[in-house]
Design a protein around this ligand. Structure first.
Ligand code: OAD
Length: 246
């Protein structure tokens, strides 16, 4: 593929890089993305019947079965070279903010720290009835109960119509306004407010680089579009950064 020299230079000169990942970053780990036909996670499920508070109230056991299935699928998956490359990027950039829309925890398993989980995590159950504060808690009961109030527990992911966790939103907003380079990896750039972060960064003069196998609504306004697989392009990007400047 060959990575444009301009993209490497932008990363080399950057003081602060924001990386936003989507399910395409986990695709090569065998974790289905959301919107791809045939392989998409939603191929066999209707998200509007599963990933909403109403769906949970209607049939909490069904929703838990879906999320437990996803948790088991992810637990069997392994980080791919793209996750490891991003974990290594932190040693090559003065300041790196990694924001993920993924709930699979694979960035952390690849060694990334301080990951901003914009849509929550499959591995952090939350209290549905009273929003009790729980440490990272996962239960395998059919209908897990809150250890504090005895109410229903729910998966710790953001559902349709729900707000982004305030701490994650603040961190993402601040990083979008401060970064010199915005690197979008494996996201269709369709779901807001995550899809709006690149625009904020570009509006402050950041260089926008997109890695995706397909075109997205972000492609047209990106300074560099690297078409290909995250698991291949991210390690290549890191290698280019490691090549001593002539
Ligand atoms: P999507 O399934 O919408 O998009 C995945 C993107 O990754 C697509 O643009 C694919 O072309 C691209 N892709 C697939 N395989 C790739 C690979 N190996 N390398 C690079 N790119 C690849 O998933 P997201 O954009 O993550 O939100 O979806 C955003 C949000 O929509 C999710 O976080 C989820 C969903 O609603 C919640 O659950 C709240």
């Amino acid at each position: 593929m060959g990575i444009p020299a301009g993209a490497i230079e932008a990363l080399r000169d950057a003081r602060h890089v924001l990386v936003l990942t989507g399910s395409g970053a986990s695709a090569e780990s065998g974790v289905p993305t959301f919107r791809e036909a045939q392989t998409g996670l939603w191929e066999n499920f209707n998200p509007m019947e599963l990933a909403t508070p109403d769906a949970f109230l209607r049939d909490p056991a069904l929703v838990w079965r879906w999320y437990r299935w996803r948790r088991e699928l992810v637990a069997r998956a392994e980080p791919n070279p793209g996750h490891y490359a991003l974990a290594g990027l932190v040693d090559r950039i003065p300041q790196l903010t990694l924001i993920t829309q993924n709930v699979d925890g694979l960035h952390q398993r690849a060694g990334s720290h301080d990951v901003v989980e914009f849509h929550g995590s499959l591995f952090a159950d939350r209290c549905f009835d009273n929003d009790c504060h729980l440490d990272a808690h996962t239960s395998d009961d059919e209908l897990p109960r809150c250890p504090q109030c005895g109410g229903l527990l729910r998966p710790g992911v953001v559902w349709f119509g729900e707000p982004i966790p305030p701490a994650a939103l603040d961190a993402a907003d601040a990083a979008s306004r401060d970064c010199d380079v915005f690197l979008s990896v494996g996201t269709s750039s369709l779901v807001w407010p995550a899809a709006g972060l690149a625009e904020i960064a570009a509006g402050r003069g950041a260089t926008v680089i997109e890695i995706n196998i397909d075109a997205t609504p972000l492609s047209g306004s990106s300074h560099f579009v690297l078409q290909g697989k995250a698991g291949e392009l991210l390690p290549e990007l890191l290698d280019c950064l490691d090549v001593e400047e002539h």
